[in-house]
Design a protein around this ligand. Structure first.
Ligand SMILES: NC(=O)c1ccc[n+]([C@@H]2O[C@H](COP(=O)([O-])OP(=O)(O)OC[C@H]3O[C@@H](n4cnc5c(N)ncnc54)[C@H](OP(=O)(O)O)[C@@H]3O)[C@@H](O)[C@H]2O)c1
Length: 485
């Protein structure tokens, strides 16, 4: 792996949840694996008045908690000298002086500004960095979702960032793209001859993409109630995963070539509007139930959630792609909170052979490929094989590509991989503006359809797979979700 150059990485929102839970642990691991250049300096910034030593102590304590058994005191001591802190109010230009002095003293022109704050601060941060003269031609900016709550607001945020950073300097993170099995899907599809000839409507019956959580809204009821599952998950993660499955083979793995192909898929998604909204989507809201045997409250009882909220905590969608490869193949998308399992997976169900030569008590989807991102990272291929014995009877068997077992090296977590890519200047796994806007343009009519509908979201009991209507979405075409097969 090429080591990134030495640079200055500035994390805005460095005392927040994302920085402490994901970014600093990722940097600690990269450092421990020798993947962080020794001259790279990480500067945290936030409003809280802290000496750099106090920030290091806070970061150490948080990393120890979040890293668990992966935390090693000596490794932390080796990493800590690369960690610095500046107090700064993102909105107040006058408070940028200490950061400016510190960056200018080092005079490294390669700079990464990671905006781990609310998007409402992005415009001020970019403008103030510009006015302080801190944005060099070799600077990059990293932004987290959610970028806006609809097409118009995402355009505004992109315009604000785009005033100071060129598109080639903007890294929009979708951490699902950093997950090892997702990259493996690209490797399997385009590094082998085996799958590509089958990867089309003639051989694929349906595709299912599920991201299911055990968690409810935790302490984020206020944020979540304004967002909902469609904006929070479908617009970003699920559509990005759909693009990776469905895109045409790119001519190379370079950023814009891959992103051009993903964009074509987003533009080929058949719009869901008007009557179709209720026919092709299901929105749900969890009521009280149990997760792993423990009782949990319903969504409307959660802190900071209005008692009459219509926000969806579950979505299932039947999406269709109008192009030659995928016409007629449904792509079922499903995501929800308080689901029966914590699970993220892509399932490709292949068609049955045209001729049934063998007697069979076997499931309807004979061949199936399952790319699982959570809880474990695996790629499985289900085939039918003859059961040993004197009669020819077939049984599904699973070929499990256990990559952890095969390669036996520590696998990079999504944020480690993506931070490496930012530091190396590789945009392939980051979302381009036109992709993001095409995704918003596709989900907007669904949001409008729901707003106009008199029905409330369908209730489902916490700890289940969502409302029954989610099953009907598939059973009306003679199909069922993966866990039912
Ligand atoms: N947490 C996650 O797992 C996660 C996942 C995906 C995306 N995101 C997104 O990432 C962003 C950060 O999330 P988070 O959960 O880390 O939020 P958070 O816990 O609320 O942290 C916000 C951070 O921003 C700082 N901050 C707030 N106002 C500031 C200002 N005016 N100037 C400078 N710093 C300021 C806060 O410190 P001070 O108050 O001391 O200034 C704090 O360090 C959000 O946009 C979120 O939607 C988070």
């Amino acid at each position: 792996m090429t080591l990134p150059a030495e640079l200055d990485l500035v994390i805005f929102g460095a005392t927040g949840d994302l920085a402490m839970r994901k970014l600093l642990p990722a940097l600690y691991h990269l450092h421990g694996d020798g993947l962080l250049a020794t001259g790279t300096r990480v500067t945290g910034v936030a409003r809280e008045r802290l000496e750099p030593s106090a920030y290091r102590a806070l970061a150490q304590q948080q990393c120890e908690t979040h890293l668990g058994k992966d935390y090693q005191g000596q490794r932390w001591q080796d990493f800590a000298p690369q960690l610095h802190y500046c107090t700064l109010d993102a909105r107040d230009a006058a408070t940028y002086a200490p950061l400016a002095r510190s960056l200018e003293q080092r005079d490294r022109l390669e700079r990464v500004f990671y905006l781990s704050t609310a998007p409402s601060l992005f415009a001020d941060i970019c403008r103030n960095l510009h006015e302080a003269g801190l944005i060099t031609a070799r600077s990059r900016v990293v932004v987290e979702k959610p970028l806006g709550h609809d097409l118009e607001s995402s355009r505004q945020i992109n315009d604000q960032i785009g005033r100071y950073f060129h598109e080639s300097q903007i890294y929009r993170i979708d951490h699902y793209l950093g997950k090892e099995p997702v990259q493996n899907l690209l490797a399997l599809r385009f590094g082998n001859m085996l799958f590509e000839p089958l990867w089309r409507r003639e051989c694929v019956r349906d595709v299912q993409i599920t991201v299911a959580e055990h968690l409810g809204v935790e302490a984020r009821g206020d944020f979540y109630d304004k967002t909902g599952a469609l904006r929070d998950m479908v617009q970003s993660h699920l559509l990005q995963l759909l693009c990776i499955v469905a895109m045409e083979p790119p001519a190379s793995i370079s950023a814009d070539v891959v992103r051009d192909e993903k964009l074509k898929i987003l533009r080929a998604l058949r719009p869901i509007r008007g009557q179709d909204v209720m026919a092709k989507t299901v929105r749900g809201q969890y009521r009280a139930g149990a997760i792993e045997g423990q009782p949990v409250p319903g969504y409307l009882e959660e802190e900071a959630v209005p008692p009459d909220s219509r926000t969806e905590t579950f979505v299932a969608i039947k999406a269709e792609i109008d192009n030659w490869r995928w016409a007629g193949v449904p792509f079922f998308l499903r995501t929800g909170k308080r689901m029966q399992e914590k699970l993220a997976e892509i399932v490709i169900n292949f068609r049955e052979p045209p001729l049934a030569m063998f007697e069979a008590p076997y499931g309807s989807a004979a061949n199936r490929m399952v790319i699982r991102m959570q809880p474990e990272e695996t790629v499985e291929m289900y085939l039918l094989a003859k059961q040993p014995g004197d009669v020819v009877q077939l049984r599904p068997v699973c070929l499990n590509l256990d990559l952890a077992e095969t390669f036996r090296t520590r696998r990079l977590e999504a944020y480690e991989r993506l931070l490496m890519d930012v530091m190396r200047g590789n945009l392939t796994l980051f979302v381009r503006r036109d992709e993001q806007e095409a995704a918003w343009a596709w989900v907007e009519p669904i949001m409008e359809g729901w707003r106009a509908a008199p029905e409330r979201p369908r209730l489902y009991t916490a700890g289940t797979w969502g409302p029954a209507a989610s099953n009907t979405l598939l059973s009306s075409s003679g199909l069922s979700w993966h866990e039912e097969l």
